[in-house]
Design a protein around this ligand. Sequence first.
Ligand code: DAH
Length: 333
Amino acid sequence: MQERLKELRKMAEAKIKSAHDLETLKELKIKFLGKKGELTSVLRGMGSLSPEERPVVGALANEIRNRLEELISSKEGELEEAKLEQKLKEETIDVTLPSVSFPMGAIHPLQAVIEELEDIFIGMGFEIAEGPEVETDKFNFEMLNFLKDHPARDMQDSFYITPEILLRTHTSSVQARTMLAKKGEVPVRIICPGKVYRRDSDDATHSHQFMQIEGLVVDRNISMSELKGVLFTFIKKIFGEDTEVRLRPSFFPFTEPSVEVDIYDPKKGWLEILGAGMVHPRVLEKSGYNPERYTGFAFGAGIERIAMLKYGIDDIRHFYNNDLRFLRQFQSE
Ligand code: DAH
């Protein structure tokens, strides 16, 4: 039996030493040392040995087991190291190679201005309202005190879908919608940025589609001075603290009195940037607010115009042509 054990040791040692991978080594471990392995099967014959022989064979078997375990574990270490080495070799990265580029979009300048305006007005307690771009004559004109024969109601000036439905010509159409939704409650304090449409031949300063921002405040004791305060605050935040602003008397059917607001440009002189005024009593009344009790102001500004003055853009068509050379200039904004 001792012979068989020694034989087994020799064979196992040779095989373990020549194992080339961890898989084979694992198999050898099971083959020689496992519960059903060869060493166990030799030892099963121990019962037939004499009592003197048993401890000798037992000690030899233990020694072989220890020796083989040791061999296996050192071989395991060796193979693992080799495997790691191999992996590192295969996965070597050339850090000098150019990397993959991830193209980054930029916020469109119009969107950037809208977001800036929204932040400013939210800071002054305004909420953001919305209304449909396909609008009824009622909200676009009638509720805003436009007479039936007002030129803006002409088919030539607006995009009509039916005699009663058109693409809204201004964001002022959200005024009545907002007030009706509020059902006579105050305060009404909203802005509404959005697209508007007019029949126009497109050129550097005209576009058949553009964006406006509307503002509306209705409450008790709202006066022209609050309108002035709100407008001056937002204009100075957008164009700079030192911007000179002036109000000029004007006319809109839905405000009384009405003003136009200009800012001063050292090179171009006074430039109109928005229309505003105190909400006409008839407009309040039509939307369910008693003009004896409530007053309000409204304003409307062209967003492209603000963006053009702010960024020195000379042609409104740049906003819609999607020329990447134009848009990329706003990448870091
Ligand atoms: N809706 C006007 C336009 O399209 C702009 C405007 C003027 C809006 C005066 C207002 C306002 O709310 O009070 O030109």
